[in-house]
Design a protein around this ligand. Structure first.
Ligand code: ATP
Length: 405
C-alpha cells in the first residue's frame, strides 16, 4: 500500500489541560528531530492528532523512528484520497485484501470533521461494509473487538483510510518534565534509569566520571556508546565527562578503606550537583536499586545524599535485577553494559567496604581531603560532547573481548 501520511495519536498528554499546546509542540519538535533526515515530510500538529504527510517517504522507515518518540500512544499509516466514494470503495477493498484471510473479523469506523459531506457516518460504515463483504465474502463483521478496524475520516481536504494501529512508546514528550543530570556509569542500571527518566519527559544530560590511567579509553568509549544507544529517545544527548583520577587517588591515600566508596560517591554527587546548577537542571538521576549492592543500602544513601538537597531520583530503585535486565535488553544496552571494562568505582573498591556507613564518621573522614580544591580542579577539566543516535565509539574485535572475559 502506498501510504500518504502517518496519523499519530497523543498519549497521556491529552489529559494535561492548559499545558496541552506546549506538550503538542514539544512532541512535534521531537518527532521532527527523530526524522531529521527525511526532509520531504510535512508535520501538521492538531489538537487531537499529529499528521505527518509522507510526500513519498518510506512509511515503514518513518514508523520505525516514530516508535521511539515518547508521548505517542499509537500511530496508523493512512492514505489520503479525493472525496470520491468510488475511489474510497476501491482502496478499502485493496487495503483489506492485503490483510485478508478467511474468517478475518472487521468493522468500519467512520469519523467526519466535515459534516456537510453527502453521506453521514452510518451510511459510510454500511456502504463500505457491504462493499468489502461483496468483494471478500469470507470476511466476518464484528462490532466488538474485531481483528481489523477500517478507519475512515472525512475531512475537507480528502477522505483518509487506515486499517492498522501500531502501539507507540508511551510516556511523555522528552523536555516536558524539565532538565535532569543522569549519573551514567558503564553498568546495566544507569542506562535503564536514563531511558525511564526520558520516558517521563525528562530532558536528560549524561555525567560520567572516569579515571585514566586506571580506567582505559575503552571504558570511556563504552559510556559514550551507551549514550548513543539511548540517544534516539531524545534526538541527541549531551555527554559530560569528568576527570576523577586525582580525587580517587586522594581518597585512597587519606580515607580509611571502609569509607572509600562513600566518600567517592559524595564527591561524585557534589560535582554532578555543580554541573546541574551550571546547566540549569532541576534534579539528579542515578541507577541505584535498593539493596542491590553495598553502596545501595538506605544508610549509604543517607551518607551520600547528605551533600545536597537537590532531589536524587532513582527510576530503577524498586526493580529487581532481572526486571532491569529485561528493560536493558529491550532497549539494546545490555550487551554493551556487560562488556568487561573496568569502571572507575570498581577499581578502587576495597574488599570490605561499609554497607552501613555512619554519617558523622563519613563527614569526619572527608575533612582529611581538600574537598573544594579537588572539586574545582575536576570542574575545570570537564569535557562536553553531543552524542547522536547510532554513533560508534567502541571499535573492538571479538578476540579482544574474549581475552578480557
Ligand atoms: N563512573 C561513574 N560515572 C557516573 N556515575 C556513576 C559512575 N559510577 C557509578 N555511578 C552512579 O552510581 C550508581 C550506582 O553505582 P554502582 O556501581 O554502585 O551500582 P550499579 O548497580 O553497578 O549501577 P550501574 O549498573 O548503573 O553501574 C550508578 O547507577 C550511577 O548512577
Amino acid at each position: 500500500m502506498e501510504y500518504t501520511e502517518i496519523m499519530v495519536r497523543y498519549g497521556e498528554l491529552s489529559t494535561k489541560g492548559k499545558n496541552r499546546r506546549t506538550f503538542i509542540d514539544r512532541l512535534c519538535g521531537n518527532a521532527k528531530k527523530a526524522l531529521h533526515d527525511f526532509p520531504e515530510l510535512n508535520f501538521h500538529p492538531k489538537r487531537d492528532r499529529l499528521h505527518i504527510v509522507l510526500n513519498g517517504a518510506d512509511s515503514q522507515a518513518v514508523m520505525t523512528r516514530l516508535g521511539l518518540v515518547f508521548g505517542i500512544q499509537s500511530f496508523s499509516p493512512s492514505i489520503r484520497l479525493e472525496r470520491d466514494m468510488d475511489l474510497v470503495r476501491k482502496t478499502a477493498v485493496q487495503m483489506m485484501t492485503e490483510q485478508f484471510r478467511p474468517g478475518l473479523t472487521f468493522k468500519v469506523n467512520t469519523r467526519r470533521s466535515d459534516h456537510n459531506f453527502e453521506m453521514d457516518t452510518n451510511e459510510i460504515n454500511a456502504d463500505l461494509g457491504d462493499t468489502l463483504l461483496t468483494a471478500l465474502p469470507e470476511l466476518v463483521v464484528q462490532v466488538h473487538n474485531p481483528e481489523v478496524t477500517l478507519r475512515v475520516e472525512v475531512r475537507l481536504d480528502g477522505i483518509y483510510l487506515s486499517s492498522e494501529t501500531i502501539l507507540g512508546a508511551g510516556g511523555l514528550p522528552v523536555g516536558t518534565a524539565g532538565r535532569g543530570m543522569l549519573m551514567l556509569s558503564g553498568g546495566i542500571d544507569s542506562p535503564v534509569a536514563g531511558y525511564l527518566a526520558m520516558k517521563r519527559g525528562v530532558d536528560l544530560q549524561m555525567v560520567h566520571f572516569f579515571s585514566p590511567p586506571y580506567t582505559s579509553e575503552k571504558a570511556l568509549a563504552k559510556a559514550k556508546e551507551l549514550t548513543a544507544k539511548i540517544a534516539p529517545y531524545a534526538g541527541s544527548l549531551q555527554f559530560i565527562e569528568v576527570p576523577f583520577t586525582k580525587i580517587q587517588e586522594e581518597i585512597k591515600n587519606k580515607v580509611p578503606e571502609g569509607y572509600l566508596m562513600t566518600v567517592q560517591r559524595r564527591m561524585m554527587l557534589r560535582i554532578t550537583d555543580r554541573i546541574r546548577a551550571m546547566r540549569r537542571g532541576l534534579a539528579i538521576f542515578n541507577g541505584e536499586s535498593l539493596g542491590q549492592v553495598a553502596s545501595q543500602t538506605m544508610e549509604s544513601m543517607v551518607a551520600i545524599n547528605d551533600v545536597t538537597t537537590t532531589p536524587i531520583l532513582r527510576p530503577v530503585l524498586s526493580l529487581d535485577k532481572n526486571e532491569i535486565i529485561k528493560i536493558a535488553k529491550d532497549i539494546d544496552t545490555f550487551d554493551l553494559s556487560v562488556m568487561p571494562f573496568e569502571d572507575c568505582c570498581t577499581i578502587f573498591a576495597p574488599p570490605a567496604l561499609k554497607t552501613r556507613p555512619n554519617l558523622d564518621r563519613t563527614r569526619h573522614y572527608e575533612t582529611l581531603i581538600d574537598v573544594d580544591g579537588l572539586i574545582e580542579a575536576a570542574i575545570a577539566g570537564i569535557q562536553v560532547s553531543e552524542i547522536k543516535p547510532g554513533e560508534h565509539y567502541l571499535v573492538q574485535d571479538q578476540a579482544e573481548i574474549n581475552s578480557l572475559l
